[in-house]
Write a protein that binds this ligand. Structure first.
Ligand code: NAG
Ligand code: NAG
Ligand code: NAG
Length: 432
């Protein structure tokens, strides 16, 4: 089995376009969350009656900075993000396309939803104008696998072409699946990650109806996402994309990658189902526990060797509690204060199908730069009136408010999604 390393990163988030601005803003404790009242179509667009007013929107996105005009017109926003972040990651990895066997170069990029905007607009025009109003590009633009398809065409990548769509676990499943493809010899090198752009009033209305999104902090958008905090009240709908270049260590060595330019190694991947409820986790976090346990075991590690957990924690009352219960169970008997936990959703919100990919990049940067990014707004750990057990929230360093320097040898990244899916990837510092 091949060792698999990470050699290139690209991302677009509410904290910025690109890895460098996003990471700097994240470590500085900045928030990318804003009020829907700042949107130009707030009055006319259907936002007004929705009880949640907070979103995480990519700032200053201009597709023509990244794609030519004709190309960008043919791509839905989620695919545009993926094309731009892929270019950033390929440049970062310094892949020489002429020298690379493209039949061994694959793509695994997922999306939870695809193009919500195209579905909405074409449904509306079909209802009012009939058959002739449906655009020829409607179907190709909305499919969740179009980001992957377009990346493959643009760069001529002919290896495995894969898209996973497991709601909010999509991005992490894409990373884990790409790792498996390389480890098992299906490909030498992969573009992988997740992308999402569903900031649409109908989407926000749907999440509000499902009682998933925050409604208590409409006048304080930056305070709205508060994972593990006593006043947490729901997640913040957000958008963006995370893309990584994974390759076998042999492939990286053969093309002369500088060992210092290897960000991290993937050590193991775990996944499971809760088999419980379509949107709610089991309170004991059993599914999350099993996916984390599997990732640690398959890495050949013991829990006490893990230094940091980038939690899925979206700032919902029961989701955060269940995940915390699962972490407590996995690290039972370890020296508790050794473990740092944080949820970067406090800064960027919940990027749905892109979350696991973006958070994998945060986890990798944390390992590479020896720093734990903070959990913003964490004023009182646990203690939610709906039944947090304070003892279970006293265990770890949840990295409140400020980032913290720390050597990290191994870290876990968690992603869970509607449908009952749980996934975990274990990353480690690269050691020759
Ligand atoms: C319908 O879909 C096409 C292709 O995705 C898109 O360009 C168009 O803006 C959509 N909306 C309407 C109103 O047709
Ligand atoms: C991307 O896909 C669209 C269909 O959604 C297609 O029209 C376009 O030519 C593709 N662009 C590239 C660069 O592959
Ligand atoms: C495991 O997956 C379920 C599926 O919906 C998810 O809701 C839940 O949050 C995950 N488990 C835990 C403990 O977080």
């Amino acid at each position: 089995m091949s060792r698999v390393v990470v050699t290139g990163l690209g991302m677009i988030t509410p904290l910025g376009v690109g890895v460098t601005p996003t990471w700097a803003n994240l470590l500085a404790g900045k928030s990318g969350l804003v009020s829907t009242k700042t949107l130009p179509d707030y009055q006319s667009g259907g936002w007004k009656d929705i009880p949640c007013k907070v979103i995480g929107k990519v700032p200053q996105w201009n597709s023509e900075d990244h794609l030519d005009k004709a190309e960008s017109r043919r791509l839905a926003l989620f695919a545009q993000y993926a094309m731009a972040a892929t270019q950033e990651a390929l440049t970062d990895a310094k892949v020489d396309m002429q020298q690379t066997d493209k039949t061994r170069f694959g793509v695994a990029v997922g999306s939870g939803i695809g193009s919500f905007h195209d579905i909405h607009d074409n449904a509306t025009s079909f209802t009012t104008g009939g058959y002739k109003k449906v655009q020829p590009l409607f179907i190709p633009k909305l499919l969740t696998n179009m980001a992957a398809g377009n990346i493959s065409i643009k760069h001529g990548l002919q290896g495995p072409l894969h898209t996973v769509s497991t709601a909010c676990a999509t991005g992490l499943h894409a990373v884990g699946d790409a790792y498996n493809f390389i480890q098992n010899g299906y490909a030498d090198i992969m573009v992988c990650g997740g992308t999402e752009s569903s900031i649409h009033p109908l989407a926000l209305a749907g999440f509000a109806r499902a009682r998933s999104v925050v409604t208590d902090f409409n006048d304080d958008p930056e305070g709205a996402s508060r994972p593990f905090d006593a006043r947490r009240n729901g997640f913040v709908l957000s958008e963006g994309c995370g893309i990584m270049i994974l390759e076998s260590l042999d492939h990286a060595k053969a093309r002369g990658v500088d060992p210092n330019a290897i960000y991290a190694e993937i050590k193991g991947y775990g996944l499971s189902g809760d088999a419980h409820h379509i949107t709610a986790p089991k309170e004991d976090g059993d599914g999350a526990f099993r996916s984390m346990e599997m990732a640690v075991k398959r890495s050949g590690l013991q829990p006490h060797q893990i230094d940091y957990v980038n939690a899925h924690a979206t700032s919902t009352v029961i989701g955060d509690r269940a995940e915390n219960n699962a972490i407590v169970r996995l690290f039972e008997g370890c020296d508790d204060k050794q473990l740092s936990v944080s949820s970067t959703k406090s800064s960027v919100g919940h990027l749905l199908g892109a979350a696991g990919a973006v958070e994998s990049i945060f986890t990798i940067k944390a390992i590479h730069d020896s720093v734990v990014p903070p959990t913003l707004n964490l004023d009182i750990v646990g203690g939610h009136k709906g039944g947090d057990d304070p003892a279970k929230f006293a265990k770890f360093d949840y990295t409140p408010h400020e980032s913290k320097s720390k050597n990290i040898d191994y870290a876990l990244c968690n992603s869970f999604g509607f449908g009952g899916v749980n996934s975990t990837v274990c990353f480690g510092k690269y050691q020759a």
